[in-house]
Ligand binder design. Structure first.
Ligand SMILES: [Zn+2]
Ligand SMILES: [Zn+2]
Length: 137
C-alpha cells in the first residue's frame, strides 16, 4: 500500500486514483452534486463561474476542477469560462487554451534543441580544458 498526502487538506491516505483523501473526496462529491443539480436547471445554464459559486456555496476552484475533469459538460454551458492555466485566457475545456497547448508542444522541440546545443557546448568546454593543460606543459 502506497501512502500519499491529500492535495486538499494534506492528510495522509492510501494512494488511489484520486489525489485527495476519503474525507475530502466525500465533500467534493457532495459539492459536485450541488453544482450538477444547480446547472441542470434551465435558468442556471447561463450562469458564470462566480454566480454558480455564490449560489451553490461551492468554491470556484472546485467548480473549475470539475470542469477540467470533464464532469460538468462545459459544451452545454457556453458561459462557463475559466482561466487557462498558463496565460489566464478564458477557456471552456481542458486545462490550457489552444495557443498555450500548441506552444507547449513547440516548447518541447525547443527544449530538445537546447539540450543538444548544451551538449555540444560542453564538448567544446572539455576540449578547451585540454588545450589549457597543453599550454601549461
Ligand atoms: Zn483531505
Ligand atoms: Zn493560454
Amino acid at each position: 500500500m502506497e501512502l500519499t498526502n491529500c492535495a486538499n487538506c494534506g492528510a495522509v491516505f492510501a494512494k488511489n486514483v484520486v489525489d485527495i483523501c476519503p474525507k475530502c473526496y466525500r465533500e467534493e462529491e457532495k459539492a459536485f452534486e450541488i453544482v450538477y443539480k444547480y446547472l441542470r436547471q434551465q435558468k442556471n445554464r447561463s450562469a458564470v463561474l462566480h454566480e454558480i459559486a455564490e449560489d451553490t456555496g461551492v468554491e470556484e476552484d472546485l467548480i473549475i476542477k470539475f470542469l477540467k475533469q470533464n464532469r460538468l459538460r462545459s459544451a452545454n454551458l457556453p458561459q462557463l469560462h475559466y482561466p487557462c492555466e498558463s496565460c489566464g485566457k478564458p477557456i471552456t475545456e481542458k486545462t490550457l487554451c489552444s495557443s498555450c497547448s500548441s506552444r507547449i508542444v513547440s516548447d518541447w522541440s525547443t527544449a530538445k534543441q537546447e539540450v543538444e546545443e548544451t551538449k555540444s557546448e560542453s564538448e567544446l568546454g572539455s576540449s578547451y580544458y585540454i588545450d589549457v593543460k597543453k599550454n601549461k606543459n
